[in-house]
Design a protein around this ligand. Structure first.
Ligand code: ATP
Length: 234
């Protein structure tokens, strides 16, 4: 398998003191990697650095072997990287339909944008019922679905998902996990999944990394009780 995404000694933060320290990752094409760790471990910071929202202060990020330093967020989207931040990313003044369309605005294949939107409505029935509703009238969970749906309309190759299950009923969370597995298997989608629902994430993940204080402390989906207590806080 080839690595779609690789980080080498990736270090980043918000001020003088780094939050992420020398993170090395290899994410294979068509795989799901769960990013685990206690609150404040640096999971969100990792996704923000990968999508170009936050510059690396040291080390690098490679997509298809190409260094992403200096690549703007819009260009990242064109290269197939979609970032769905936790509980945000919906334009509340726009309707569900308009938000979804935004996800494909940059794409030339308009017919496929419409097809992708139809697929999203089929997948996420609560959105289909609220097509004409403005974002501010949606519940937190519906906004979460909309943010994910909008990313899917862009037909990404790499999906960076930050706590997609936040505020969602267990049934919908399970549907999202199944969907991610299906997209991986059918379309070769690559996913980096930050998830508080550790069991749900590990059930579909091919790989897992556990972060503690911004460092990778363990890798692999076999997380034993000792690691769970030490790094995941439950
Ligand atoms: P959570 O599960 O709580 O979202 P996390 O693992 O995603 O945690 P991050 O949100 O990446 O962790 O936060 C890592 C560290 O960076 C924390 O100490 C946090 O206080 C700090 N941090 C996060 N965002 C900012 C910011 N915008 N400015 C300054 N410090 C920040």
């Amino acid at each position: 398998m080839t690595a779609l995404l690789r980080t080498e000694s990736l270090t980043a933060g918000y001020g003088a003191a780094p939050v992420l320290h020398e993170v090395d990752l290899d994410v294979n094409t068509g795989s799901i990697t769960a990013v685990l760790g206690a609150n404040g471990a640096g999971k969100t910071t990792l996704l923000r650095t990968l999508s170009g929202l936050l510059p690396a202060t040291h080390g690098r990020v490679l997509l298809d072997g190409k260094d992403l330093r200096g690549v703007r967020v819009e260009e990242m989207v064109r290269r197939g990287v979609a970032h769905v931040p936790e509980g945000r990313g919906v334009v509340t003044e726009l309707t569900v339909d308009e938000n979804l369309r935004l996800g494909g605005l940059w794409r030339k294949d308009r017919a496929d944008v419409r097809k992708a939107m139809t697929e999203v409505y089929e997948l996420f029935e609560p959105l289909a019922r609220r097509r004409k509703f403005p974002g501010h009238q949606l519940s937190g969970g519906e906004r979460q679905l909309l943010a994910l749906g909008r990313a899917l309309v862009g037909r990404p190759r790499l999906l960076l998902l930050d706590e997609p299950s936040l505020g969602l009923a267990p049934k919908i969370t399970a549907q999202i996990m199944t969907l991610l597995g299906t997209l991986r298997d059918r379309s070769g989608l690559t996913v980096l999944l930050v998830e508080q629902n550790v069991r749900g994430a590990l059930a579909i993940a091919d790989e897992a990394v556990v972060l503690a204080l911004g460092r990778v402390v363990t890798r692999g989906t076999d997380i034993d009780d000792e690691m769970r207590h030490a790094y995941l806080g439950f």
